[in-house]
Design a protein around this ligand. Structure first.
Ligand code: SF4
Length: 497
């Protein structure tokens, strides 16, 4: 498919006149066009098209429609219909009123081209650049990040359904692609087992018969499930099948809060594995913040040090407290009660005893650590032993696990400061990202993906983030106040002291 880049010639005169007469106060589409001009040039997507073949529908227009689709929660077919039916969309797209638009199937092809050519981030990049150009977005300042779960577009299966349906899916694909080859391999039994959808209520009754059925399916084969990228994840006790998306946004008081980066992973990837990915993405956009506020899931001592040394970011979020030697009264000597001499590799305990050994080791994850031991002799006769170690008296002394010096010092400094009111007040700004997650879920419906693989799910999240940015820019232009946190009827009674 070839691209003949279409230069934007402004909004056609008749379209502009009719839209302004019909919408004197404008609409989101009208205001965005007037504030930002034509958002996406065809040239920006040129590498996704060849020089030969049928002329493609304007990719700039398709990018814009894909974003509006998420802003209004529309299917491909509904979005294509809106291009024909909506005057304000024609205004934003710069089309004549009698423009017939395009067939809805073009949107699916457009998404596939973006993914194939690595242009998933393009629409968010272009909108952020445009907003930077009008002075509403800049590097530095504060940003915040949080994640939410995303349900796969496939139904959730129990273990037996999963195994049976996986095999049925493979057989369906083979029946369509190589019917003769498959016919020679399978028997009528297979058709009885896999001819209809595998469902719990159709399973044979009785534990032994079910076990036999499961073993038979196991013998019959193995293949990919409907969505090979979706995984089962658990967060705060709730499980789901699908993905996780991480949204980062600016949170400066004087400008609109804009989403600056989106990361989509399968559901099993922990937040801590994404922290550096977010910083790399923000660096690539030249939108690194000076301060990044995140919840505890994104913070380790290594992240604090790396963010500071490699990106110039102060990573603000709580770290875990040192509780491993806590006794039942809660009194204990944490690591901060010990004095570490990093030069001589010696540690002095609260009773003034010097450590007997220091050995460099690595965790199974590869993280370098130092294991420090005090002698059983010193600790066995110690009057405050109960506050210090649970090691059986006379067999072992207290031991410590230390991170590399810069990480250990960062960890202890954060443990001290996060207990102060000043730090808590500063950290309160992080909570605002929850409303962005809420807006993304309610307005752009990211909670359930429309697609059955990770690349397309991520592309959908990028469209959704771009849509939210446009919605927020419009709210800022129209001076629409931010929504207030809802208070329950019970809380409004004011009975709490
Ligand atoms: S138990 Fe050992 S390490 Fe702990 S304070 Fe006593 S002597 Fe020091």
């Amino acid at each position: 498919m070839s691209l003949e880049p279409r230069a934007d010639r402004g909004v056609p005169e008749l379209t502009a006149r009719v839209v302004r007469a019909s919408f004197p106060k404008g609409t989101l589409a009208v205001r965005v066009r007037e504030a930002l001009g034509p958002l996406f040039e065809d040239e920006s997507f040129a590498e996704a098209f060849s020089g030969r073949g049928r002329p493609a529908v304007s990719p700039g227009a398709l990018a814009l429609v894909s974003v509006l689709q998420y802003a209004e929660g529309l299917t491909d077919r509904q979005a294509a219909d809106q291009v024909r039916a909506r005057m304000d969309w024609k205004f934003l797209l710069g089309l004549e009123l009698d423009d017939a638009g395009f067939d809805f199937s073009v949107l699916c092809d457009f998404r596939a081209r973006l993914i194939e050519h690595g242009l998933e981030e393009k629409v968010l990049d272009l909108v952020l650049e445009r907003i930077s150009g009008i002075g509403l977005l800049r590097a530095g300042g504060r940003q915040r990040t949080d994640s939410t779960h995303v349900l796969a577009a496939v139904r959730t299966l129990n273990r037996m359904e999963f195994v049976g349906e996986t095999l049925r899916s493979a057989l369906e694909a083979l029946s369509a692609a190589a019917p003769q080859w498959l016919s020679a391999l399978v028997t009528a039994d297979w058709v009885r087992r896999y001819g209809a959808r595998i469902d719990s209520y159709r399973f044979p009754k009785g534990e032994n018969v079910r076990q036999e059925w499961a073993e038979q399916v196991g013998r019959d084969g193995f293949s990919s499930p409907y969505d090979p990228d979706a995984r089962y994840g658990v967060k705060r006790g709730s499980g789901w099948c699908g993905y996780k998306t991480h949204l980062s946004e600016t949170c400066e008081p004087d400008v609109p809060h804009l989403i600056t980066h989106v990361v989509t992973t399968d559901a099993t990837v922990a937040d801590t594995e994404v922290t550096e990915t977010v910083h790399q993405g923000l660096a690539a956009r030249e939108l690194l913040p000076a301060e990044h506020d995140v919840d505890a899931g994104y913070v380790t001592a290594a992240h604090i040090v790396t963010a500071r040394n490699e990106y110039g970011i102060e990573l603000v979020g709580p770290v875990g407290l040192d509780t491993c030697h806590e006794n039942h009264e809660g009194e204990h000597f944490t690591q901060s009660a010990f004095t570490v001499d990093w030069q001589t590799r010696k540690v002095t305990c609260p009773e003034g005893k010097i450590s007997a050994s220091w050995s460099d080791q690595r965790k199974s994850s590869g993280t370098p650590i130092a294991r420090v031991h005090f002698t059983a002799q010193d600790c066995g006769s110690c009057p405050v032993r109960e506050k210090c170690t649970k090691a059986a008296n006379g067999t072992w002394g207290r031991s410590l696990t230390l991170l590399p010096r810069d990480q250990q010092e960062a960890l202890e400094a954060r443990r001290r400061e996060q207990l102060t009111d000043e730090w808590q007040q500063r950290y309160n700004i992080r909570a605002g990202v929850e409303s962005t997650i809420s807006q993304a879920v309610r307005r752009t419906r990211i909670r359930r993906t429309r697609f059955t693989d990770l690349p397309k799910t991520h592309l959908g999240h990028v469209f959704a983030a771009t849509a939210i940015n446009i919605i927020r820019l419009d709210a800022w232009l129209t001076q629409t106040p931010l929504g207030q946190t809802r208070t329950s009827h019970l809380a409004r009674l004011g009975l709490a002291a």
